[in-house]
Design a protein around this ligand. Structure first.
Ligand code: GDP
Ligand code: MG
Length: 353
C-alpha cells in the first residue's frame, strides 16, 4: 500500500535538512513561519520524485544509523573476542542512542545468553543477533490504524506542544483523502489563535473541511461539534487536534479527559484511536510524557515524530519495550508523505542495512 501512495505523493517528495531539535514551540509567530516555510519546502520537493520510499526512510534514519549502527560496526571490528569489556562498550553505545538503560541491559543479557549457548566467538556474528532482538521488540509493539466501518472513525491526537500533533494531522488528512475518504478536522487546540490557524492552513492545503471555534473556547465543545458534523456530513475520518501545554498539567489532563468523555457519549464508545505524538529528539522525556498522557486518556498508539532530526532514534526501542503501547506511525520529515505506518521489518532494514 505504501508504494501505491508513493506514486500519488511523488510530487511532494522532498527531504528536510535542518530538523527542529527543540521540543517546545517557541512562539505563535514561529509557528506560522514554519507553516510558510513548509509550503516552500513542499514546492522544492517536487524535484525529488524519483526517490524510493525505502531510500527516504534510510535518509530519515541517517543520524541514528551513524550514531548507533556505524558505531556498533566499529565496535565489532575492533574486538577479536567477545568479553566483558566488549559488552560494556555495547551497552554504552545503546544507552547513548537512547535505547534506555533497562532495555539495554535486557538486550545485552539476551545477547550474552545466545552467544554462550551458540558458542559464538567472533564479534562480527553478534550484529545479526542484535538486529533480530531489536526487531523482536519493535514487532511486538507495533500496530496500524484501522478504520471503523461504518464511520466515522474518530482519531484524537494528543501530546505536548511542539511534538508534531498538528503536522501529523495534516499528513494523516492528506493520506486519507488520497485514499478517497472524507476527512473532517476538529481544531481542538483552542488555547491560542495561532494553533487554530495552523490547522486551518493544513486543511486548506490538503483540501479537507475543518470545524473550529474561537480561541479560548472549550475544546470539548469543539470535539462535540466536530463529531456531530462528521456524522451529519458522512465523514469517514474525524481527526481532533488538542492542546499540549504541559505548564498547566492538571488542567490539560482534565481537558483531555473531558474531550474523551464527550467523544464517548457521542459515539457510544471511545475514540477508535487516541494517538500520542512524541518527539524523538526529546529522548527519554518522550517516555515520561507518554506515561503522563496514558494516565489521562486511553492511548491506543504512539506516533514518533522527527526521527529524521535525531541521532538518538534508539528511543523507539525504549518506547516499544517500556510503554506497552504500539508504535503506529513514524515521522521522518515535514513533507506530506514523511509520515509512515510503522513497519518494524522496513525500519530495522533501513537502520541496519
Ligand atoms: P504541535 O504543537 O504538537 O501541534 O506540533 P507541530 O505540528 O506544530 O510541529 C512542531 C514542529 O515540528 C513543526 O515545525 C513541524 O514542521 C515539525 N515536525 C513535525 N513532525 C516532524 C517530523 O517528523 N520531522 C521533522 N523534521 N519535523 C517535524
Ligand atoms: Mg498544534
Amino acid at each position: 500500500m505504501e508504494r501505491g501512495i508513493a506514486v500519488v505523493l511523488g510530487r511532494w517528495f522532498r527531504r528536510k535538512e535542518t530538523p527542529d531539535e527543540t521540543g517546545e514551540r517557541l512562539s505563535e509567530q514561529s509557528e506560522l513561519n514554519e507553516t510558510e516555510s513548509n509550503d516552500q519546502a513542499q514546492a522544492d520537493s517536487e524535484e525529488e520524485t524519483g526517490k524510493g520510499l525505502f531510500a527516504r526512510l534510510k535518509d530519515g534514519l541517517a543520524k541514528t544509523r551513524a550514531s548507533l549502527v556505524d558505531k556498533i560496526d566499529g565496535l565489532l571490528s575492533s574486538y577479536t573476542a567477545v568479553g566483558d569489556e566488549f559488552y560494556e562498550e555495547l551497552e554504552e553505545l545503546l544507552i547513548q542512542s537512547d535505547v534506555g538503560v533497562g532495555t539495554t541491559l535486557e538486550l545485552v543479557a539476551d545477547i550474552k545468553a545466545i552467544v554462550q549457548s551458540a558458542k559464538i566467538t567472533d564479534p562480527a556474528d553478534i550484529k545479526p543477533i542484535l538486529q533480530d532482538k531489536i526487531h523482536d521488540i519493535l514487532a511486538k509493539n507495533s500496530g496500524t490504524i484501522d478504520l471503523a466501518k461504518p464511520g466515522p472513525t474518530v482519531i484524537m491526537v494528543v501530546g505536548v506542544n511542539g511534538s508534531g500533533k498538528t503536522t501529523t494531522i495534516g499528513k494523516l488528512a492528506h493520506r486519507f483523502k488520497n485514499q478517497g475518504l472524507k476527512v473532517l478536522l476538529g481544531a481542538g487546540d483552542t488555547f491560542r489563535a495561532a494553533a487554530i490557524e495552523q490547522l486551518e492552513v493544513w486543511a486548506d492545503r490538503v483540501g479537507v473541511e475543518i470545524v473550529k471555534h474561537n480561541a479560548g473556547a472549550d475544546p470539548a465543545a469543539v470535539a462535540f461539534d466536530t463529531i456531530q458534523a462528521g456524522k451529519a456530513r458522512n465523514a469517514d475520518v474525524v481527526i481532533i487536534d488538542t492542546a499540549g501545554r504541559l505548564q498547566t498539567k492538571t488542567n490539560l489532563m482534565q481537558e483531555l479527559n473531558k474531550i474523551g468523555r464527550v467523544v464517548e457519549r457521542e459515539l457510544g464508545h471511545g475514540a477508535q484511536e487516541v494517538l500520542l505524538v512524541v518527539d524523538a529528539t526529546t529522548g527519554q522525556n518522550a517516555l515520561a510524557q507518554a506515561k503522563l498522557f496514558s494516565e489521562a486518556v486511553h492511548v491506543t498508539g504512539v506516533v514518533l515524530t522527527k526521527l529524521d532530526g535525531t541521532a538518538k532514534g534508539g528511543i523507539i526501542v525504549a518506547i516499544a519495550a517500556e510503554l506497552n503501547l504500539p508504535v503506529k506511525l513514524i515521522g521522518i520529515g515535514e513533507a506530506y508523505d514523511d509520515l509512515r505506518d510503522f513497519d518494524p521489518d522496513g525500519f530495522v532494514a533501513a537502520l541496519f542495512e
